[in-house]
Design a protein around this ligand. Structure first.
Ligand SMILES: [Zn+2]
Length: 280
């Protein structure tokens, strides 16, 4: 058991995706051709994500941006067990509640905006929390996407096996609930330190305050049924609420040793060969 997917596993996964790039099998070939052309342009021109999102947006069938993204969510979501790529909470079956996450952020790495292995599916909270955080220090003008073995300091949801790097425990009774995350490797510890301890602290704070939990659930359910673009004030309110929660958490026990993950480091086996990754 290693913490990183092998070259063979990556190739199998990519071949599998090419058969499922569109919900309708008859549109698969055209979808892959479109994505290959757009990806080639992104390597030269930069960020094409908005162009993908807008592609034939008004159409309800054929090769359209929304249908391509829906198929991708379904494919990668299943690989992730229908859980968020970072916090492993269940993904709700609504597009706005499971945004496609750019692991190397678009803002810093526009030429990887459409790179197959740079995309995962996160929950709303993790996507918002990570935002444009870079975490790694890869040169911006990188000819090729970093290899799986180069992600040695932080967790990469498409290259690493979650359970080899992070474990979590969620306990729930009639009245209280509690979640903890523990990192087992340098990558897992980094994810706990930079993201998961905030997720856990927020969840513990909200779940143990019934009126706050109910109010936040109501907000989430309402937001998940509407487009983010249509609700700028609600999105701003949720960001303010998150800042307020963060303020409540600052200086509290959230950075306890348990939440930050302190198990002894378990080395992960290094890949023997450099991984060649397939693209669109
Ligand atoms: Zn999450």
């Amino acid at each position: 058991m290693t913490g990183t997917l092998s070259e063979a596993e990556l190739r199998t996964q990519f071949a599998h995706y090419q058969r499922l790039a569109h919900e309708i099998e008859a549109h698969n070939a055209d979808t892959v051709t479109y994505l290959q052309a757009l990806y080639a342009r992104s390597r030269v021109e930069g960020d094409v994500w908005d162009e993908l999102s807008a592609h034939r947006k008004a159409e309800t069938s054929g090769v359209t941006g929304p249908l391509i993204k829906a198929a991708f969510r379904r494919f990668v979501g299943q690989l992730q067990g229908n859980r968020c790529c970072y916090c492993r909470r269940w993904l709700l079956n609504i597009a706005h509640a499971k945004p496609i996450e750019h692991i190397l952020p678009r803002a810093s790495y526009p030429h990887f905006s459409l790179y197959f292995w740079n995309l995962a599916v996160a929950c709303f909270d993790c996507n918002q929390l990570k935002h444009d955080e870079r975490w790694g220090a890869f040169p911006v003008v990188f000819a090729h996407y970093p290899k799986a073995v180069q992600f040695s300091e932080w967790y990469h949801p498409r290259f690493h096996r979650y359970t080899d790097h992070i474990s979590f425990e969620r306990r729930e009774t009639n009245h209280v609930s509690n979640v903890t995350y523990i990192g087992h490797t340098p990558q897992g510890k980094h994810l706990c330190r930079e993201l998961l301890y905030i997720v856990a602290a927020r969840e513990n704070l909200c779940r143990n305050n019934p009126s706050l939990a109910e109010a936040i659930t109501t907000l989430q359910e309402f937001q998940e049924q509407h487009s983010e673009d249509d609700l700028p004030h609600l999105a701003a309110f949720r960001q303010s609420l998150n800042r307020s929660l963060q303020h409540q958490l600052d200086g509290s026990a959230v950075d306890s040793l348990t939440l930050k993950g302190t198990l002894p480091e378990k080395p992960i086996a290094k890949a023997k060969r450099r991984t060649k990754t397939a693209t669109w």
